[in-house]
Write a protein that binds this ligand. Structure first.
Ligand code: SF4
Ligand code: SF4
Length: 272
């Protein structure tokens, strides 16, 4: 079957054990205000437009015969200033697995493997299951918000060797306010993950004034208990791509203020 991806990064070091190839699946049911991949939120392929370099020459508006340009009402190949790109590519599970497995031997040698990220990979559950099956014995990791029904979550997670799940906000109302969805399913799935045999890590994004408050960190530390946890510093450039997909970034470019976030958790590391 086909899925939609928006990026493949080779030899990443923060997406699971060892050196990895990470594939980013398009589409996410959450709308975290700090999301740094706004081009990964919608499931369908979409046009990205860098207005800064646009000379308004109108070349991309001249009708063309390319079938791939039809959905965008512009010729995506016409711009000599590099203003137009498309985020999102339809790809079959078979073709994607073939692409990802090209470096499988090298990844194994480096103690790594392949990571499926997003967006939210659980949104394309069937495709992800097929892809994981096609990847065979290579080490497989998944990065997820944990937002899915328990049956979907458990089915997909069952195909992976290692799980990285976010725990963003402990309070239900705050979670709705800042991500657009309740955290009930996320916490339910996290509880299941804790008692499962899976290898996993919880990840807590430290968003200034939102998730990095003392109240939230204490409550999140209660949820994760002694489980391995990574604290992810705020990405100050998170807003960089919003205008390219016609969205507005509503958080300021703040830095995390405190240095001692690990004090709140029993088994946490700060990712640099
Ligand atoms: S071709 Fe490029 S520079 Fe010309 S109008 Fe289109 S986006 Fe702007
Ligand atoms: S869950 Fe991840 S991909 Fe989805 S909106 Fe939040 S930060 Fe972005």
């Amino acid at each position: 079957m086909n899925g939609v991806i928006f990026d493949i990064k080779e030899f990443t070091v923060h997406d699971g054990p060892g050196s990895r190839i990470t594939v980013f699946l398009k589409g996410c049911p959450l709308r975290c205000r700090w999301c740094h991949n706004p081009e990964g939120l919608k499931t369908a392929p979409q046009l990205m437009y860098k207005s800064t370099f646009c000379s308004h020459c109108g070349r991309c508006r001249i009708p063309c015969d390319h079938p791939e340009c039809r959905p965008f009402d512009r010729c995506i190949h016409a711009c000599v200033n590099g203003c137009l790109t498309v985020s999102g590519e339809q790809v079959s599970g078979e073709a994607l697995a073939e692409r990802l497995l090209k470096h499988a031997d090298l990844l194994k040698l480096m103690g790594g493997g392949i990571t499926v990220s997003g967006g939210e990979p659980l949104l394309q559950a069937e495709f992800v299951c097929e892809l994981a099956e096609r990847l065979g014995s290579v080490h497989k990791a998944i990065q997820t918000s944990g937002f899915a029904t328990p049956d979907v979550y458990r089915k997909v997670i069952g195909h992976f060797d290692y799980v990285m799940q976010d725990i963003k906000l402990a309070d239900r109302e705050e979670h709705i306010r800042y991500t657009g969805v309740s955290n009930e399913l996320i916490l339910q799935n996290a509880a299941w993950l804790k008692q499962s045999e899976k290898q996993f890590v919880f990840r807590v994004p430290l968003i200034p004034g939102i998730t990095d408050t003392e109240e939230n960190l204490r409550a999140v530390s209660e949820i994760v208990g002694e489980c391995r946890t990574e604290l992810l510093p705020y990405n100050e450039f998170a807003g960089a791509k919003y205008s390219m997909v016609g969205m507005e970034y509503t958080l300021g470019a703040e830095k995390n203020r405190a240095e001692n976030f690990t004090d709140y958790f029993k088994n946490a590391v700060m990712r640099t």
